[in-house]
Ligand binder design. Structure first.
Ligand code: FES
Length: 123
């Protein structure tokens, strides 16, 4: 039914607003992948908490209502570029009805932690 549909907007790296109809319970990563939204390099580790490319910046009022952050997410988020006070990882945040109309911002700089680790290994 249409009642479990939640409209979410993403502002991508180019400043374009991408709008998606999401379902309750989907993660923001799943929304991007399932709807093929044009966000470069997003979700490189497919939600396994290994990359931080799903870093999203939330509006403060919505951010405060999100479920508590896990230690694992916190550790990975710490490695993301352009971290803000309202940053979370999109693969760890599930859509709720109360998020209808949500706008999240993709940081202009994304870092794939796995790539940093590889670079570290080589040097
Ligand atoms: Fe890699 Fe979220 S998709 S940490």
């Amino acid at each position: 039914s249409s009642t479990d549909q939640v409209m979410v907007h993403f502002i991508n790296q180019d400043g374009e607003k991408l709008t998606a109809i999401a379902k309750e319970g989907e993660t923001l990563l799943e929304v991007v992948v399932n709807q093929n939204l044009a966000i470069d390099g997003f979700g490189a580790c497919e939600g396994t908490l290994a990359c931080s490319t799903c870093h999203l910046i939330f509006e403060r009022d919505i951010f405060q209502k999100l479920d508590a952050i896990s230690d694992e997410e916190m550790d990975m988020l710490d490695l993301a570029y352009g971290l803000t006070e309202t940053s979370r990882l999109g693969c760890q945040v599930c859509i709720k009805k109360s998020m209808d109309g949500l706008t999240v911002q993709v940081p202009t700089e994304v870092s794939d932690v796995r790539r940093q680790l590889e670079v570290g290994k080589q040097s």
